[in-house]
Design a protein around this ligand. Structure first.
Ligand SMILES: [Zn+2]
Length: 454
């Protein structure tokens, strides 16, 4: 979630504050609410790229977004333009993230280097079969550095603590199957998020030759993503395996349900805190849609990026220690190679701003802050550190009108919504990811040769 370094691309980030006069291009990695929560029916600030399944779900929830959402095929490299004049382009390839239907990783290639954003993902050895990400010529027995030449990796760090170890999805499924086999005379409630883990439901339906009972909302989701509905029903008399949202689990008392007949609950998650297995008849499905720490390490080792950052990581000492270990062990980005690299990269964000808003210096330090920004006092919690912010250019009203006139062009159009806080956009400019690559000094294409691995 955030900005792709040196570009005007935002992933799973849709509120850009009052300075959204800048042009941004958006990506939605998958349709889980913590990733699309900044979208709304009235959102109208550019183009959002995503997979077909995600677009189906997105447009179903927000019909007004039909015109600004674009579906891209998995594994098909696509050129997308970042600016109004369609002169700054990058290539993007969406890759199945094995997280939920429609989820994808995003491989960006351009003057800013090659950047992989995993979105939420669960590693699978099948990833190595993706020839775009893992060219067969790079294969080695140790599985180290076998990816294409990734400059920067933004990795899902949900379980980035070294003691977070899960069973594989296959083992976890067999565990669930075993529980269900022992309780075939029971009513079985499976708890999961609104989207994801459908493969478990279908496997159980096939194994026990029964229909899985869904809520109407979940059934609609199955229809929208194009899954086979023959395994599902909304009629509670047609099956004995029910699927409910995690949120409903909190309101459902196993004791009360057991009065109506023998019942068990199975919570489908890798998160220990959701186990709830302190009560009889409540089981942990141990089935996670995110990597455990070992899988995360295996994936990062295989990518061997120059630089590495994490999104969605816990803010704990254990996580910090583990992430630091991964960065020290598997990144090729020693100080000298980073310096060498940064002089060859181009800040596409700066270039787009220059094109969109006139002949200005791309040296941000020379752009004056608008008076309104300088005068405005910021309220901070006492003791909070004041971080220097890069000045951001704004448009005059006339320039805004010009932009409006161009709205029929096939490019992202960014408009202003005055009620948003400026903190959001400032966060983007102050984030670590934005500082990973400094502003380039020359326009040189990306190096082709991979450096010797450490
Ligand atoms: Zn997710």
């Amino acid at each position: 979630m955030g900005k792709i370094p040196n570009t005007n691309i935002l992933v799973d980030k849709f509120r850009v504050g009052r300075y959204r006069k800048h042009t941004f291009v958006y990506f939605l990695s998958h349709f889980h609410s913590d990733h699309y929560c900044e979208l709304s029916e009235h959102w109208n600030f550019g183009i959002i790229y995503m997979t077909h399944e995600t677009r189906q779900l997105c447009v179903n929830k927000f019909p007004n977004l039909a015109d600004c959402t674009v579906a891209l095929e998995l594994d098909v490299p696509c050129m997308i333009f970042l600016d109004k004049d369609n002169t700054e382009a990058i290539q993007v390839t969406l890759i199945d993230a094995n997280h939920c239907p429609g989820s994808c990783m995003m491989l960006f290639e351009g003057k800013m280097g090659t950047i992989l954003h995993t979105g939420d993902f669960r590693f699978s050895p099948k990833f190595f079969e993706n020839e775009k990400l893992f060219p067969p010529m790079n294969y080695n027995e140790e599985e180290k550095g076998i990816a294409c030449d990734i400059d920067h990796l933004i990795c899902d760090g949900t379980f980035s603590e070294d003691d977070k170890i899960f069973e594989s999805q296959e083992v976890a499924y067999n565990h669930i199957l075993g529980i269900v086999k022992k309780h075939q005379d029971y009513r079985i409630y499976l708890f999961a998020y609104q989207l994801g883990k459908e493969e478990i439901f279908i496997s159980l339906a096939k194994h026990f030759k029964t229909k899985i009972v869904l809520t109407p909302e979940r059934y609609k989701t199955i229809e929208l993503i194009g899954m086979d509905t023959q395994y599902f029903t909304t009629d509670e008399t047609e099956g004995w395996i029910f699927v409910r949202h995690f949120i409903q689990r909190r309101k459902m008392d196993i004791e009360e349900y057991s009065i109506m007949g023998p019942t068990i609950f199975i919570v489908l998650t890798g998160k220990a805190e959701f186990v709830g297995a302190t009560k009889k008849y409540i089981y942990n499905g141990k089935y996670s849609s995110h990597c455990d720490s070992k899988e995360m390490e295996r994936f990062i080792k295989a990518i061997c990026p120059r630089t590495l950052e994490f999104h969605s990581h816990p803010d704990t000492d254990k996580s910090r220690k583990f992430r630091g270990y991964l960065q020290r062990t598997y990144c090729r980005g020693n100080p000298s190679s980073c310096k060498q690299l940064e002089s060859k990269l181009v800040d596409l964000h700066a270039k787009v701003i220059e094109k969109e808003f006139g002949d200005i210096s791309t040296d941000f330090t020379k752009i004056a802050r608008p008076p309104a920004m300088r005068k405005r006092k910021r309220h901070r919690a006492s003791g909070a550190k004041l971080i220097h912010k890069k000045p951001i250019m704004t448009l005059t009203d006339d320039e805004e009108d010009e932009n409006t006139a161009d709205s029929n062009k096939n490019i992202p159009k960014v408009e202003i919504q005055k009620d948003d806080s400026e903190e959001d956009i400032d966060d983007l400019f102050n984030s670590d990811e934005d500082n990973l690559f400094k502003k380039p000094t020359e326009d040189v294409s990306k190096p082709n040769k991979r450096q010797k691995l450490c």
